[in-house]
Write a protein that binds this ligand. Structure first.
Ligand code: PAF
Length: 279
């Protein structure tokens, strides 16, 4: 595997490649990321991964400084997956001057759910993803459904800017007890780790209630948040939305069986976890 930090060298290395499959990451790779690499391999060749902890998508009080950085381990894992190039720019490589031009997602999608609780987050994500796409020029790029809103925003950005990259969605990778794999799981204490699968259990309970015909969406959301709070969580939201645009379903949408999804974000101790489940 070639490890490249400079944009010019990356472009030299990938020149002439017609079917590059790209998996952008922030490192601290776990089985979920590796499943994205395997999916990428099914859709293109060569597979290029990136590791870059993107300052632009962290708020001032968020975990940019302490975000887990495990570069040596990550390299070993990517080598085993047969990744051809790891693009690992420094901040100076990717942002040699202040990144003043930004991608601004539309507010109806970018300022809800995660965007409401993490102002500026999606602006930072789309800006770096557009820049990474410009560096790698992939034919396909793989993103996990665990970050469902991120996936939708990147898909819409790619379509609206007519980028020549197909966005592939990968299923969420879960531990045996249901907890969605996330680099932030490493922040959990032993007792928090045993409580953490409750988040997914709550999503399953809400999804089952809807499938059973309980369409009082706001009551289901409220009860679920109360349940989490009673177990020591600090939930930001449990929200049932339309899969198509992540807006709340109207009575008509519910009557017409519009495909739904339930999404959540909640803090356990200092660790903020997100998850979702298609209903
Ligand atoms: O999902 C992530 O790891 C990041 O948001 C991404 C897409 C690599 C952009 O920094």
């Amino acid at each position: 595997m070639k490890i490249i930090s400079s944009i010019d060298e990356l472009r030299d290395q990938l020149r002439g490649q017609l079917r590059t499959a790209f998996v952008p990451t922030m490192g601290n790779l776990h089985e979920g990321h590796l499943s994205l690499m395997r999916l990428a391999r099914r859709h293109g060749d060569p597979v290029v991964a990136s590791i870059f902890v993107n300052r632009l998508q962290f708020g001032p009080n968020e975990d940019f400084e302490k975000y887990p950085r495990t570069f040596a381990d990550d390299i070993e894992k990517l080598e085993k997956e047969g990744v051809y190039v790891l693009f690992a720019p420094t901040e100076r490589d990717l942002y040699p001057e202040p990144q003043e031009f930004r991608v601004q997602p539309p507010s109806d999608l970018g300022n809800i759910l995660e965007g409401e609780f993490r102002p500026g987050f999606f602006n930072g994500v789309t800006t770096v993803v557009l820049k990474l796409f410009s560096c790698v020029q992939p034919s396909v790029a793989v993103f996990g459904k665990k970050d469902y809103q991120q996936l939708m925003i990147i898909r819409n950005m790619t379509r609206q800017f007519a980028l020549p990259t197909e966005i592939i969605a990968a299923e969420t990778w879960r531990a045996d007890d249901g907890l969605a794999l996330s680099s932030r799981n490493t922040y959990l204490s032993v007792s928090e780790r045993s409580e953490a699968p409750t988040l997914y259990a709550e999503l399953q309970a809400v999804a089952q209630a809807v499938r059973d015909g309980n369409l009082d969406v706001s009551m289901l959301e409220k009860k679920s948040m109360q349940k989490l709070a009673s177990r020591g969580w600090n939930p930001d939201y449990v929200s049932i939305r339309k899969r198509s645009d992540l807006q709340p379903p109207t009575a008509d949408d519910l009557a017409q069986n519009e495909p739904l999804i339930v999404l959540t974000a909640a803090k356990l101790g200092v660790t903020r976890l997100i998850d979702n489940l298609e209903i």
